[in-house]
Ligand binder design. Structure first.
Ligand SMILES: Nc1ncnc2c1ncn2[C@@H]1O[C@H](COP(=O)(O)OP(=O)(O)OP(=O)(O)O)[C@@H](O)[C@H]1O
Ligand SMILES: O=P(O)(O)OC[C@H]1O[C@H](OP(=O)(O)OP(=O)(O)O)[C@H](O)[C@@H]1O
Length: 213
């Protein structure tokens, strides 16, 4: 690593283990004390400070410059709409953003209410299709909405498709492909270019080779 110290905001939750494997495969100094409840972990050599953040907050930390680098899903990044540099597709956390609903809904029928944890992405998708939709913002278990009559459809992440299947819902349209991305604060990218460029090149090598996934 270069001598410039970096702060990296990692997404806690389902992509954390894969992220850590990828960072290790790229030869990055590892965070110490992962088993603790600490939210800021230093690497042993002190060149990297890791911040363990809620995924949805990662773009906020990076845009404000309290983290130089962030690792988060494309879904979270697009929804946040922050002014960041997207440097690399890490190829992990792969899933899709899709519109889903009950199968008996006629395809092409105008939508009225759409439930989603991603209100901006949902609104933009229907606006782009020239359809008027009221987006109802949810925090989880979004699949409930069409089942209980809150909305005609949902815009949500689909990975294996199991949650949709087991709740009798089907994909009606695909919105975008999702994977985990490396992003940087714009100012950090200029001021710490050497360290960030080295980080990107090391990660790129393992992403391309697929060594860590
Ligand atoms: N089945 C999936 N469901 C949700 N996200 C997934 C899935 N598979 C991969 N991902 C990716 O993993 C990222 C993190 O998901 P995770 O569930 O940990 O975060 P979250 O939805 O913000 O969770 P929480 O609200 O519980 O903090 C998502 O932003 C997405 O890019
Ligand atoms: O296609 P699948 O493999 O079934 O995965 C998709 C499900 O996983 C996520 O939910 P999560 O488990 O994060 O819970 P949540 O409903 O609280 O967001 C997502 O919101 C879907 O519900």
């Amino acid at each position: 690593m270069s001598e410039q110290a970096l702060t990296i905001a990692l997404s806690k939750g389902r992509i954390l283990d894969e992220t850590l494997r990828l960072l290790a495969a790229a030869g990055l100094p590892q965070p110490e004390g992962l088993q603790s409840r600490k939210l800021i972990l230093q690497s042993s050599c002190g060149t990297i400070r890791y911040v363990l953040a809620k995924p949805v907050d990662v773009p906020t930390y990076v845009e404000h410059g309290v983290a130089d680098i962030g690792i988060a899903g494309k879904d979270v990044l697009v929804e946040a709409g922050r002014d960041l540099y997207e440097l690399l597709d890490l190829g992990i956390g792969r899933c899709k953003m899709a519109v889903a609903g009950l199968p008996e809904r006629m395809a092409g029928e105008p939508m009225q209410k759409v439930a989603s944890k991603y209100p901006r992405i949902a609104a933009e998708f229907f606006r782009g299709r020239g359809q008027q939709a009221e987006v109802i913002c949810m925090n989880g278990s979004v699949e409930l909405a069409p089942l209980i009559g809150l909305a005609e459809c949902i815009v949500d992440v689909v990975e294996t498709g199991r949650t949709l299947r087991e709740n009798g819902l089907v994909v009606q349209a695909e919105v975008m492909e999702i994977s985990t991305r490396l992003v940087a604060n714009r100012m950090s990218f200029r001021l710490k270019y050497k360290a960030i460029d080295l980080l990107v090149r090391n990660l790129q090598a393992v992403v391309v080779k697929g060594a860590a996934v």
